[in-house]
Ligand binder design. Structure first.
Ligand SMILES: Cc1cc2nc3c(=O)[nH]c(=O)nc-3n(C[C@H](O)[C@H](O)[C@H](O)COP(=O)(O)OP(=O)(O)OC[C@H]3O[C@@H](n4cnc5c(N)ncnc54)[C@H](O)[C@@H]3O)c2cc1C
Ligand code: FES
Length: 360
């Protein structure tokens, strides 16, 4: 595998020429055997603006091919001087292993500015019971939210329910211990493999754990954030619903899509021309069955925005001004966005001949 990490040994800077940030890595911290945190230097021109829980898109050249992946901030914009993300290895994964194996301080990474809706507005007058459900690398945006709430909301309490395989795979273990010195913050560990060193529920997250966590909380004050592997998220979301937490108080972020492009195989999906409006330009091209509107646009050398390419992150989001598309995943969009006609071209296939999508 040939690696090329944008090794520009230059001052940390923002670049507007290509529309991306070029951020110097201040430090790479090994969190566990299979996870690192990447701390970025702030650009000389001014600090990067981001909200707790949002994500950067890292763009790297791996094996001669440009790869983009989303990584949530683990830092708090209120507390931490440097923005940081945490990357956990995925078996056989291109970017996560590349970064874990190769990245070191002093290198420069090309990234897209932070975006994302897995966030909340903080206010000193809030008095909330934030309950955060994380699994594995899903801790990353939750850490950002927890630190921010502790700093910004003196009357808010935070409970983190954190599921992992074993005690040695717990990311931020010592930071979490320190944070618990503040009695507004507590952690409930759930470990598949029992641990002698750590008090934890053994096995998987269950309704019983959820009910126990909620038992001493005033339900109207409860607001939940859920991020982790699909099955863990399903248990948390269904369990919170069963416990009476309204769905609009349960925010979720998925890192992996469970949808399949097989879902886009149907007689309705045939080759059709689409019109894309982006950056004040209008493009027309024909999308064949088996390819998405984004894929074909990129093949046509149109510099469309994207990150996850799986319908989760909304980096490619556009408004469908006319016509109808079939999306194989819409996890990234809220009900309101769907009602307003927003679509995700990375998972969209044209269903009609009159499609016009405005991006940006
Ligand atoms: C909004 C958003 C935020 C994210 N934030 C983070 C973060 O903070 N930290 C982090 O480590 N990752 C995060 N991810 C996941 C990340 O973007 C990559 O998908 C992940 O690092 C795998 O990329 P890869 O190139 O190594 O694997 P790929 O080469 O893309 O995938 C290899 C295989 O692993 C599967 N796979 C991909 N991701 C996962 C996963 N997370 N768990 C299990 N299987 C997987 C794929 O389906 C594929 O079969 C986030 C994703 C999204 C959409
Ligand atoms: S690129 Fe992430 S939703 Fe389309």
């Amino acid at each position: 595998m040939a690696f090329g990490l944008f090794k520009k040994k230059e001052e940390s800077k923002t670049t507007s020429n290509d529309g991306f940030l070029h951020l110097k890595v201040k430090e790479v911290i090994k969190e566990t055997d299979d996870a690192i945190s990447i701390h970025f230097e702030q650009p000389a021109q001014g600090d990067i603006e981001y909200k707790a829980g949002q994500f950067f898109t890292i763009i790297a050249d791996v094996d001669g091919k440009e790869v983009r992946r989303a990584y949530s901030v683990c830092s708090s914009p209120f507390v931490d001087p440097n923005p940081a993300v945490t990357v956990k290895r995925v078996e056989g994964g291109v970017m996560s292993n590349y970064l874990n194996d190769n990245l070191s301080g002093g290198e420069t990474l090309k990234v897209m500015s932070p975006i994302g809706n897995f966030t909340t507005d903080f206010s000193a007058t809030n008095s909330r019971e934030l309950v955060l459900f994380g699994g594995g690398s899903g801790i990353t945006p939750l850490m950002s939210i927890a630190k921010s709430a502790l700093d910004q909301e003196p009357n808010t309490k935070i409970t983190l329910v954190y599921a992992n395989r074993g005690a040695d795979s717990i990311i931020f273990k010592s930071t979490l211990e320190q944070m618990q010195q503040d009695d507004r913050f507590s952690v409930v560990h759930v470990l598949e493999n029992e641990s002698d060193s750590l008090k934890a529920h053994s096995g998987y997250l269950t309704q019983e754990v959820i009910d126990t966590v909620l038992a001493d909380k005033e339900l109207p004050k409860v607001e939940c954030f859920v991020c982790g592997p699909g099955p863990m998220m399903d248990i948390a979301i269904n369990g919170l619903g069963a416990a009476g937490v309204p769905s609009d108080k349960v925010h979720k972020e998925s890192f992996v899509s469970t949808a399949s492009e097989e879902d886009a195989v149907s007689d309705e999906i045939v080759a059709r021309e689409v019109t894309i409006i982006y950056d004040d330009e209008e493009y027309k091209y024909t999308v064949e069955p088996g390819e998405t509107i984004l894929e074909k646009g990129l093949d046509e050398d149109i510099d469309l925005p994207f990150s996850c390419q799986s319908g989760l992150c909304t980096a490619c989001r556009g408004k469908c001004l006319s016509g109808k598309v079939k999306m194989t995943e819409d996890e990234g969009l809220s009900e309101a966005e769907l009602d307003e006609g927003y679509v995700l071209p990375c998972v969209s296939h044209p269903l009609t001949d009159d499609i016009v999508i405005e991006i940006g």
